[in-house]
Design a protein around this ligand. Sequence first.
Ligand code: PLP
Length: 389
Amino acid sequence: MNDVFMNTYHRLPVTFVKGNGAYLTDAQGREYLDFTSGIAVNCLGHNHPDLVQALGAQAARLIHVSNYFQSDASVMFAEKLTAISQMRRVFFCNSGAEANEGAIKIARKYSLKKYGPGRHTIVTLRDSFHGRTITTLSATGQEKFHVNFGPFTEGFTFIPPNNIEALEQALDKTVAGLFLEPIQGESGVHILSDEYLRRAAELCAEKDIVLMFDEIQSGLGRTGAFLASEHAGVRGDVVTLAKGLAAGIPVGAVLAGEKTCAVLETGDHGSTFGGNALAAAAGVVVLEKLAVPSFLAEITALGEYLLEGLRALNSPVITGMRGRGLIAACDLTIDARPVLERLISRTAAGTRGLLLLQGGPQTLRFLPPYIISRGQIDEGLALLNKALS
Ligand SMILES: Cc1ncc(COP(=O)(O)O)c(C=O)c1O
């Protein structure tokens, strides 16, 4: 490995040079089946022809104008995104953390303007993950991310997930917003129950607290619905998206419903690159796919196939599994990291490698692209089975 990068990632020793569908190829010509989608980013797989075509055409026509103007591509993207999410307005940025910063600003300003100072607390969950900026780390309920970087943004409290009593107690008169990942992805695919999400929505409506859903990992069709919160029949006042929104081109979005769509006013917020024409053209390709009901239904079916396959492995080191659509995890009796290393090691010459993610020290996380086939799921599970045995 080279030493030009800061040492921020525990990188696996492989350098990719090209991708095609669910496969990546390294510099030595070896293929890898990708069950990570670049952490839920390459949702259409690698180099999807529709994406390549749209990006080429857009790049030839117009790549970027500042947000003091607009492009036809970004208008189309915004219209499609607000329509499919049934939200009123959108703000485009470049990443998940930035989208969450925007959401927090909306909740704080909404409360300040309506109720005055002192009502600014944002409640989030233990084991949550909302990003790496100082404020989104403040919102992240995992101590390990907090060492070394204080002091943090004030006004965040954490409650245990899926505990309705704790939720009822926490939402007091000081609270401006409740921030939830419907599925906690980073910490191991922990799913908030429909009952919990419904009670959260009810309490937020009752107390006029801004309900924010971080759907950066769980949204965009990943669970077989456009947003994971749709499974519980609830809608956030604010929803954040990023990752797969433009299938590999960086873009984030803060979506606001009727209650919050006018909170941010001229000069309150901004982004140089956010939602530029190139990202918008890619985003339109993703949204057009997700607007087709059979495309989402297939994600659900593929997810069930993956979970059944995991169950059928019957491996003594697997202690449990969970998932919804094409986000899944399985817990192991052994450390996950050596499994990831074995899955890409070259000892099994000739066979393909498999790319997987961790979701905790002893948990494997699966985020395959939506274009994965049943045959490729079988292939990946066979490679995993071999690595576990
Ligand atoms: C739920 C959630 N929120 C926020 C983020 C941060 O996104 P980004 O890395 O694009 O800033 C992530 C990234 O993993 C995430 O999974």
